[in-house]
Design a protein around this ligand. Structure first.
Ligand code: SAM
Length: 315
């Protein structure tokens, strides 16, 4: 064969040079698609300077982040789209943009129920600043440290970027924090879960519906007057989440003031370094799987004040 005499050409196994070239070409195409998918973080910074210090004051009853000891490593996630077809890559890009678009507008964003604060950190990266980002978790400092060893460093990065992190914030009692009332353009809870280990399925469903109801009622009081202000809740696909009936719960708990505006797919690719965490804490084996599970059709439900536009039934 001709290529046998070519210097510098490695001995080709099955299929000959032609198939090698073809494979190489395909590899390059995928590489190009992967590069295209990496959308540069928006440099747009929040316009409003918020009363950051006031929010963190002891008066609020929530504890500020302690001084961390080390800095967080840069977020890294393997490009998952390497094996995707062109169509799938296009769809992934579209979903990435859709998800990020929810956080493009200026205005204060409150994240509740954070796990290790990796979503908060990713949001700072994507927005180009942590200004106007208030990331909170339910656990107190000691429990947080035990459950999510990386939380301290991730919080440090959020704070370095100009964001605020708070622990011991109950998503069902947000309105009890004076500075939170009427303060936020957007209140976000990614993957609410009690992590109580309730075995009775019906009981667990009721507990989660109640949790969501209390959250919506409280969050409504903390949204700003801006008609575009909204509450976002990310949920995994299927049961038992479907039975929580989030759309009905939001409507009832807010007496019709919060209506489903849209539902967008939760794009893992949109948030570099975000690692989903279980309520019970990080577990080498399960936590990785949990992140993978989000790719199976997790969604973000957007509830806005006033007239809803989406007709979608409860998941
Ligand atoms: C499944 S984890 C998701 C964690 C994180 N949002 C993520 O996406 O990785 C559920 C989170 O909800 C929190 N949570 C449960 N009840 C809460 C409450 N009443 N107020 C605030 N957070 C709560 C848990 O502490 C836990 O961090």
């Amino acid at each position: 064969m001709a290529h046998k005499n070519l210097k510098g050409v490695r001995k080709v196994k099955k299929g000959g040079l032609k198939s090698q070239f073809k494979a190489e070409k395909e590899k390059k195409r995928k590489e190009k698609e992967r590069r295209k998918l990496k959308v540069e973080p928006s440099q747009e910074e929040g316009l409003r300077k918020w009363q950051k210090k006031a929010l963190r004051a002891e008066k609020s009853g929530v504890s500020p982040a302690p001084a961390p000891k080390a800095s967080a490593a840069e977020p890294k996630r393997e490009a998952p789209e390497a094996k995707l077809s062109k169509k799938e890559v296009r769809l992934a890009r579209q979903q990435l943009k859709q998800h990020r678009r929810l956080y493009e507008q200026s205005g204060a964003v409150l994240l509740v129920g954070e796990g290790n604060f990796s979503f908060a950190r990713a949001l700072c990266e994507v927005r180009g600043s942590g200004e106007d980002i208030f990331a909170t978790c339910l656990d107190g400092e000691a429990i947080l440290k035990r459950k999510y060893p990386d939380a301290l460093e991730l919080r440090k990065t959020v704070e370095e970027r100009g964001g605020t992190t708070l622990s011991s914030v109950d998503a069902t009692r947000l309105h009890k924090v004076k500075q939170f009332r009427g303060a936020f353009k957007c209140i976000v809870w990614n993957f609410p879960h009690l992590g109580a280990g309730e075995k009775d399925v019906e009981k667990s469903i009721q507990q989660h519906s109640d949790l969501l109801a209390a959250f919506f009622a409280s969050a409504l009081l903390c949204l700003s007057e801006d008609p575009a202000s909204a509450v976002h809740v990310a949920m995994k696909h299927g049961e038992p989440y479907k039975s929580w009936k989030i759309v009905q719960v939001a409507k009832a708990a807010s007496e019709g003031k919060l209506q489903l505006q849209t539902v967008v797919p939760f794009s893992l690719d949109a948030w570099p370094g975000y690692e989903h965490r279980r309520t019970r804490g990080f577990h080498e084996k399960f936590s990785k799987k949990d992140s993978e599970e989000l790719a199976k059709g997790a969604k973000v439900y957007v509830f806005a004040r006033g007239q809803g536009v989406a007709e979608e039934e409860d998941e």
